[in-house]
Design a protein around this ligand. Sequence first.
Ligand code: SF4
Ligand code: SF4
Length: 231
Amino acid sequence: MISPKLVEVGRHLNIELITNSELQQLTGEPGHFTAHVRENPRYIDVVKCTSCGECAQVCPVDLKDGYNEGLSIKKAVFKQYAQAIPGAFAINKRGTAPCRSSCPAHVSVQGFIALIQQGKYREALALFKQDHPFPGVCGRVCHHPCEGVCTRNQVDDTLSIQYLHRFLADRDLESEQPYLPEKKAERPEKVAIIGAGPAGLTCAYYLAIEGYQVTVYEKLPVLGGMLTVGI
Ligand code: SF4
Ligand code: SF4
């Protein structure tokens, strides 16, 4: 076990431990080295992480564990081993998935599908609605650019991203208690929104979540604008 040595090294005043990193280039000679180190993002604040592991318990993404030569499974949020230094978790993430990049609302497609796969439908819907309040409407009318770039296509077929969030919305609407997001504490500011079309309702939805007192004005007798009367 190298952990006792690592602890000793970590405490040494002349040594800086740079973890989650790769040495890209080393030039020079003894006493005058120049090192180029690429430090990978950890996505977790080392100072705040208490290493309790609760994040790994709820993480829906399973990956092959490179530390064990891929023979076991680890979560996307992980700590390499119990005595790892620093004693904090990190998230294994390879940039932004093409589906998310191409979605005009930047929906966390990978995230909500991973939650569906675990049967966590309500959590999946809540995650979707963090970026987009109309999973049911766009589950029907979006031209789904996300599916055009889905890399799963290179293995067998594109994932039916649009129908998956349509399913989430329909399931929720048929449930006894449809999902309602939690609102932050009420703020004193009042906001008037002119027009109850998709843009107006989206603004109203997210401002209300932030605690603003929102009133939406609409000239038609129905809400939804183009969603109701145009398509
Ligand atoms: S189908 Fe859904 S996830 Fe895909 S681009 Fe449209 S809104 Fe975004
Ligand atoms: S497989 Fe398709 S849906 Fe899943 S993350 Fe990749 S691009 Fe997105």
